[in-house]
Design a protein around this ligand. Structure first.
Ligand SMILES: Cc1ncc(COP(=O)(O)O)c(C=O)c1O
Length: 391
């Protein structure tokens, strides 16, 4: 058996990123905690994404957490519609903020919340739809956006797996009331660990800044808002007014420096990922694997491998072949499959309820992702497909 040695991600922090860091660290007394570089990265990220405001945090999970903390303050408790195919932190953030997660099945052509299923779950207690643009696919549709805007239900976008993907030419993450990104190593852009919350809403931006830093009012950029808090709390030192019982989820100057250097090449790298995915889908055996994906606007940091039919024997053969060839894989896609089956939800989801979600169940049992990174040449993709097609 040929050994490919194909990890999930490789070279995501380059020599050029490290050289930027070294040059910064060589300066006299470089500041390391959140400062002007964080501010500059937030500005560049906002411009790249097409939003007014961004708040740099220490992970995508932290982005999820403070996003829903702000949502709860503005909209109150209730239900949030989430996909069962997402990362644990999307659903944990609902629970931590007192929301009830409500599930809707996915669309097999893009692995994101299915529009009709999602609309079918909306009721008077729905406080938001928290979509995950899974595996680089766009999950937005005109019908979903129109329905949510007519019913005044906020859309929150988790774009942790889809940096640079678009809907109708506009970047994902610029549609929702708030959007979340992760800059963990395995993603399109990495700051080692890191994340971003983005919004066009000034009030939300100020709240996010406070939630990132202990609830501190001095984090607010609008001096009028600061003065109002000081007036309403005249017995307090204005440097130490804590508006919310919040968190410390700040990132550092070092993360921001890597992020800004990576942003310079993100679009170029993404174009290579898009081309890689086309080669992958062309070479993959369509009798064995699904190939009918909605590719318009997608930007996949991973190759999606989904059996056309349930077949446990083929699944085992395929996994054995990938292990033997040193092809790293994740069954159940990025988050380990159907979240509804996880023990952390045992008091929320009734035993067996996951079986009513056949599309995500199929991915849970017969879906994987393998790495797609810019450096991958066409020849390696052909070899990868040969192994997958012949296992
Ligand atoms: C969809 C999604 N949301 C949130 C996260 C959390 O990001 P992080 O690992 O940076 O905490 C991830 C991480 O992989 C993810 O895939």
């Amino acid at each position: 058996m040929m050994s490919l040695n194909h990890p999930l991600m490789i070279n995501n922090i380059t020599r050029s990123d490290l050289d930027e860091l070294i040059s910064y660290l060589s300066k006299p007394n470089p500041r390391l905690t959140q400062g002007s570089n964080v501010k500059a990265f937030e500005k560049e990220w906002s411009e790249w994404l097409g939003v007014k405001y961004s708040v740099f945090v220490n992970s995508g999970s932290s982005a999820n957490l403070i996003t829903l903390a702000v949502l709860e303050k503005l909209y109150g408790k209730g239900e949030i519609i989430v996909p069962p195919l997402t990362w644990v932190s999307d659903i944990a953030a609902c629970i931590h903020n007192g929301f009830d997660p409500v599930f809707a099945d996915i669309n097999p052509r893009n692995l994101c919340l299915d529009t009709a299923n999602t609309i079918g779950q909306i009721n008077s207690r729905t406080r938001a739809v928290f979509i995950t643009h899974a595996q680089g696919f766009n999950g937005l549709t005109d019908r979903l956006l129109t329905e949510l805007s007519e019913r005044n239900i906020p859309l929150i976008e988790d774009v942790c797996e889809a940096h640079g993907a678009t809907f109708k030419g506009r970047r994902l993450g610029s549609f929702g009331l708030m959007s979340n990104f992760s800059f963990y190593y395995a993603h399109h852009l990495s700051t080692i660990e890191g994340g971003m919350v983005c919004t066009n809403n000034e009030e939300i931006y100020e709240m996010l800044r406070m939630f990132r830093s202990h609830g501190l009012v001095r984090e607010v950029t609008n001096s009028q808002v600061q003065e109002e808090y000081s007036k309403d709390n005249s017995s307090l030192n204005s440097e130490f007014i804590f508006a919310f019982p919040a968190y410390n989820v700040r990132n550092t100057e070092l993360g921001a420096i890597i992020g800004m250097n990576q942003l310079k090449r993100l679009d170029i790298d993404n174009e290579k990922r898009i081309q890689n995915n086309l080669v992958f889908l062309k070479c993959l055996d369509g009798e064995r694997f699904r190939k009918e994906y909605e590719l318009e606007g997608s930007c996949n940091y991973a190759f999606n491998l989904v059996l056309r039919e349930p077949d446990l024997k083929l699944r085992d053969r395929l996994e054995d072949a990938m292990r033997e060839s040193k092809i790293e894989f994740r069954r159940g896609s990025a988050g380990g499959g159907n979240q509804m089956r996880q023990p952390y939800l045992s008091s929320v989801v009734a035993e067996g309820a996951w079986e009513q979600f056949p599309e995500v169940e199929h991915i849970h049992h017969y879906g994987w992702y393998v790495g797609n990174y810019p450096d991958l040449g066409s020849q390696s993709i052909v070899e990868l497909c040969n192994i997958l097609n012949n296992a």
